[in-house]
Write a protein that binds this ligand. Structure first.
Ligand SMILES: [Fe+2]
Ligand SMILES: [Fe+2]
Length: 305
């Protein structure tokens, strides 16, 4: 078989639902596409802890502090697992961290925004993690088998994060008028970024990640799923969603909503969000401050070898 025939056979395999392991032969463009996808996911798990960590010291009770600390630890663990998956595709971890810190690679839009109140902690753990789990559950069917297996483990932990977030929100909603206002104000700020999070609709005929089954569902399908599950739950708590056009169109069987601000999404994920530079600077500072640990560990392992 020449290279073209080999690639054709590979793409027929993945399009037909076949799986790929790390040591299987794969065409360069498939490898590059999986790497880009997983690397951005890993970056997002790592950067996603920064908005939440700011609230560990300000958590209202010991129980809340422990739960939030555990969630932050879980997310860093997700980054570890995903950088390992990405590393096997040929890009060293140090290079991925260097590219992230230099602003050359991306992380999800929602992690470029500030957290202003304890209400944000609830809204992030409940709804940002919910929007994420909708796409992560679909990734359990990814054609790249190491990624699919990793997502199975991650989804278990994400479902606990959502329970934690919903409990924070429920407690505030059952509290004082000021606490209810805090949740509503947080929802008002997070709704736009949440609606942008899955990205603009793509054409299934040209979306290579879909054709190669790196991801199993398109952006709009994921957004519709998120709305179907969570809009009724948000309304059930007496919260108002800040989009007057949001409604379920029973005839078409889909949610109608105001077009999300795609220009804002593009600007934010390319490092122009309200907290993008501050968060990257924090990552660079902590990377430099922990250099001695890597030196000690790597020095010790090379001395022992
Ligand atoms: Fe996570
Ligand atoms: Fe999470």
């Amino acid at each position: 078989m020449d290279d073209q025939e080999r690639a054709d056979a590979f793409y027929a395999h993945v399009s037909g639902g076949g799986k790929v392991e790390a040591d299987d032969w794969m065409p360069d463009d498939y490898r590059a596409a999986v790497l880009k996808f997983v690397e951005m996911h890993a970056n997002s798990e790592l950067m996603g802890v920064l908005p939440e960590r700011e609230w560990i010291l300000r958590a209202p009770t010991l129980k809340r502090k422990l739960a939030l600390t555990s969630k932050v630890q879980d997310e860093v663990g997700h980054a570890q697992l995903l950088y390992r998956v990405a590393e096997d595709l040929g890009k060293p971890r140090e290079q991925m961290l260097a590219d992230l810190m230099a602003g050359k690679t991306k992380f999800h839009n929602v992690f470029h925004y500030p957290t202003r109140s304890w209400g944000d902690v609830g809204i992030i753990a409940w709804l940002v993690d919910a929007a994420a789990i909708v796409s992560q559950q679909a990734l359990r069917d990814s054609s790249y088998a190491p990624y699919a297996r990793t997502m199975k483990k991650i989804c278990w932990e994400e479902s606990v994060h959502i329970m934690h977030g919903r409990d924070v929100v429920l407690t505030l909603m059952n509290g004082s008028p000021r606490q209810r206002e805090m949740v509503q104000e947080a929802l008002d700020r997070w709704w736009g970024p949440l609606m942008q999070m899955h990205g603009p609709p793509t054409d299934p005929a040209t979306d290579r990640d879909l054709i190669w089954k790196i991801k199993a569902k398109g952006n709009e399908q994921l957004r519709q799923e998120f709305l179907s599950i969570y809009v009724p739950r948000i309304w059930e708590l007496g919260l108002t969603i800040p989009d007057a056009a949001l409604r379920h169109d029973d005839g078409e069987g889909r949610w109608q909503y105001t077009e999300p601000d795609w220009a804002e999404l593009r600007s934010v994920v390319t490092g122009h969000g309200p907290m993008s530079q501050e968060r990257l600077e924090f990552r660079r500072t902590s990377h430099a401050a922990t250099q001695w640990v890597r030196d000690a560990v790597l020095g010790a392992s090379s001395a022992a070898a």
